[in-house]
Write a protein that binds this ligand. Sequence first.
Ligand SMILES: Cc1cc2nc3c(=O)[nH]c(=O)nc-3n(C[C@H](O)[C@H](O)[C@H](O)COP(=O)(O)OP(=O)(O)OC[C@H]3O[C@@H](n4cnc5c(N)ncnc54)[C@H](O)[C@@H]3O)c2cc1C
Length: 474
Amino acid sequence: MNDFLFTQVLTELEDAIGRENCSTKEIDRVTHSVDYFWLSRMWADRGRRMPEADFVVSPKDAQEVSKVLKIANYYKIPVTTWGGGGGTQGGAIPVAGGIVLDTKRMDKIYDVNTDSMYVECGAGAIYKHVEWAANEKGCTTMHYPSSLTCSTVGGFLAHRGIGVVSTKYGKIDDMALKLEVVLPNGDIIETSPAPKHAAGPDLNQIFIGSEGTLGIITKAQMRIYEQPESRKFRGFLFKDMHSAFLAAKEVLQKFKPSVMRLFDEAETVSLIKKIVGVQKPGAFMTLAYEGPKELVEVEEKIVLSVFGKYGAEDLGSEYGEKWWKEKITFFYPGHMLDIPQMFGTMDTIAPYDKIEKIYWAMKKAIETQFEHVKFIAHFSHWYEWGCMVYDRFIVEKEFVPEDPAEAMRLHNRIWSVGVRAALENGGVVNDHHGVGLKLGRLMKEQYGPAMQVFEGLKKSLDPNGIMNPFKLGL
Ligand SMILES: Cc1cc2nc3c(=O)[nH]c(=O)nc-3n(C[C@H](O)[C@H](O)[C@H](O)COP(=O)(O)OP(=O)(O)OC[C@H]3O[C@@H](n4cnc5c(N)ncnc54)[C@H](O)[C@@H]3O)c2cc1C
């Protein structure tokens, strides 16, 4: 963009949302160019600049977002939405320049409604703040991801995030009752007043997971729950993962524990040993069950009887409680991984009849095709029909190429090999971190001709292609 047009656009943005809310400063452009995507952090760590936006704008509500999108559409300028910048897939990186729209001024808590059990909040609110607002009324959001303190409501919705008590309470897409969204043309819409209906397809689920490619979520009604009267923990050690799968599936046909995490043998003797203190080899599983005291007692009996049948060693409550204390910081730098190590979480999800095959296929693909690449995994979100594998590859710093382009090449090859092994065996590109820039190239392999449904939506809602270009494979 030439200087003249640049200044013209800037004055229009300033007129729309106030001069103090529009920045072209280097510091703002740089801090909105590196998210939690390993590649963006590595690139910056090696002294290179990531692609930056020309303008960083912070509107306060849907009306101001609408004005920004109208300007962007008129001049055909890309718009990338930025929540907390805690995403791991490069979703918030403004790869095509243009406008970064930071949502964090839209952080109001409008209502904590205990009649219908929801909190209505701005999409730029950090989830921890939403949790605090619910706590003030004796309630809780039951959304406890490790990024609770740094990621926003809109970011979790856009990437379909998940927290540690998901097995009982669901993912973020189960928790959203109603959304306010600004479409790329600037129109402000609301989804239906209740999330369950027979009035056509579910509008919520069109925007949840769309990663800012179809519009900008500006407000949301999110479910809240009563604080559980009782929450109990229990740790178990299985001889092998197969018996743990059978036991877990059997429990899930009877009731839903809130936490269920199974760690493979490699993760049990590394992370679990280090952080939780379990010394013996095997596959560690931690569980929590919660609710009214009487129910929790019954649930514990069911778990002990089913797990006993599959030969699990009962480790008591100590390790489960220790894990719970570390639940938010478990994967934080210092505890485990950080630049200059190379690492990635290839979370995938599948029905029970496929998940073990996927685990072994991914492990084999990664460990045989790459020297010096470790593979560890746990299974953290469970359903009656299947579960997800949270598998990680790790390359120690001495084996990470110094040249950033070579490091990118290695990183992307590992990802392609791992995710393709999941796809070939019936898995999904991703479970809860989203697609972003990182996995866009694999979306067509996942969906085949079904991809045209997303492409059709994109073309009709965003004919100028301004919304978050190159993300989600669109
Ligand atoms: C230490 C750490 C631990 C983590 N643990 C978890 C975890 O336990 N569970 C989990 O699910 N994730 C986890 N994550 C990943 C991250 O928190 C999620 O991906 C989260 O959804 C990102 O939210 P954000 O506000 O940081 O979004 P950003 O990174 O700013 O953006 C993510 C994507 O959402 C889009 N977007 C943001 N806001 C909006 C909006 N209002 N409307 C439309 N599009 C929007 C962006 O354009 C981008 O495509 C973790 C991340 C870190 C750093």
